[in-house]
Design a binder for this molecule. Structure first.
Ligand code: BV8
Ligand code: ZN
Length: 264
């Protein structure tokens, strides 16, 4: 039997024995939905400087000196996500949860495609575009992606930091400015999401690592520690990642093709 089929069979056996499997997902699971990944071929960070565009200090500096540049970046990023739909990989995980095999998902993605595919238990380690928080009092608020789209469209005409701030929604508690709770580099992860993810991973009896390079911390360590605890680990990726060494079996190929086959 060719190695690929043997690996798929091995992964199937591991999943069949699971009662509380958990999926740890990254940008690769959304690649077939048309959303760019960050590293590897065509990766976003190959052409966008993380320090300038994706750290709080970089964003502050951009807003002070060239708000237009930042608004164009936001428009480029958000446009990719607006029309994205879940792909077969997202739906396969939702089915696995409905069957009571998958206990939930820990994702690094901010695209809300797992929610759109019907998954229920999802912990978003890096936030998402619909969850916002107040810069002054920290109160949380939900904003629709349409609302975000209108604000980013209006932001294309912005010339000063004050004009940019004027476009932000206001907090109902203290009237402070709201921002999307997307976690930038150098920012800590949302505690409620981290606690939920740790509890889910702590009780898991099978770990699926799907579409992540395993480079970003502390997210990657949550997956690594779970495998190191002896939980059987199935990796699905186009190529080896920084987490391949902890996988019991690695299935190389597109998540949108492999996951439905693994789940059926
Ligand atoms: C923290 C949201 C401390 C934003 C993201 C220097 C300066 C500042 C920080 C650091 C620094 N050096 C190190 C750090 C720590 C930093 C970090 O890990 N940096 C990395 C680059 C080394 N981490 C942080 O800053 C974190 N916070 O440490 O805070 C702290 C502590 C206490 C108090 C205060 C502060 C915050 C990290 C979160 C950053 N935000 N995103 C945005 O989107 O703009 S990270 C970003 O990377 C996304 O969330 C993404 O999901 C995530 C991880 O990447 P992947 O998902 O793995 O995506 P990638 O493209 O890398 O890989 C895709 C994979 O899919 C590939 O393997 C590919 O082969 C595969 N693939 C592709 N297509 C398919 C596929 N697989 C299957 N099928 C396919 N079709
Ligand atoms: Zn507030």
């Amino acid at each position: 039997m060719p190695k690929v089929l043997a690996n798929l069979e091995h992964a199937r056996v591991l999943l069949q024995q699971a009662k509380r499997a958990v999926a740890f997902t990254g940008a690769g699971i959304s690649a077939e939905s048309g959303i760019r990944t960050f590293r590897g071929d065509g990766g976003l960070w190959n052409e966008i400087d993380i320090e300038t565009f994706a750290t709080p200090w970089g964003v502050q500096k951009l807003l002070q000196n060239e708000p237009q540049t930042y608004c164009k970046y936001l428009d480029m990023r958000a446009k990719i996500i607006y029309n994205a739909q879940p792909n077969a990989a997202h739906y396969a995980l939702a089915r696995l949860e409905q069957r009571g095999i998958l206990a939930g998902i820990v994702t690094q993605n901010i695209d809300n495609l797992h929610d759109a595919a019907g998954s229920k238990t999802i912990f978003k380690l890096h936030g998402d575009l619909k969850t916002w928080h107040c810069l002054t009092c920290g109160a949380h608020a939900q904003q629709s992606v349409d609302d975000l789209r209108q604000r980013i469209t209006a932001a294309q005409a912005v010339t000063t930091r004050a004009e940019f701030l004027a476009l932000l929604p206001r907090c109902k508690v203290c009237d402070g400015y709201l921002r999307p709770s997307v976690v930038l580099f150098g920012e800590s992860l949302p505690e409620d999401q981290v606690h939920g993810a740790m509890a889910l991973l702590g009780q898991s009896d099978c770990l699926l690592i799907i579409g992540t390079s395993g480079v970003v911390e502390p997210a990657a360590s949550f997956a690594r520690q779970t495998s190191r605890r002896g939980v059987p680990t199935i990796e699905i990726n186009l190529e080896p990642s920084d987490l391949s060494h902890v996988a019991s079996v690695s299935l190389f190929g597109k998540a949108g093709e492999i996951l439905p086959e693994l789940v059926e």
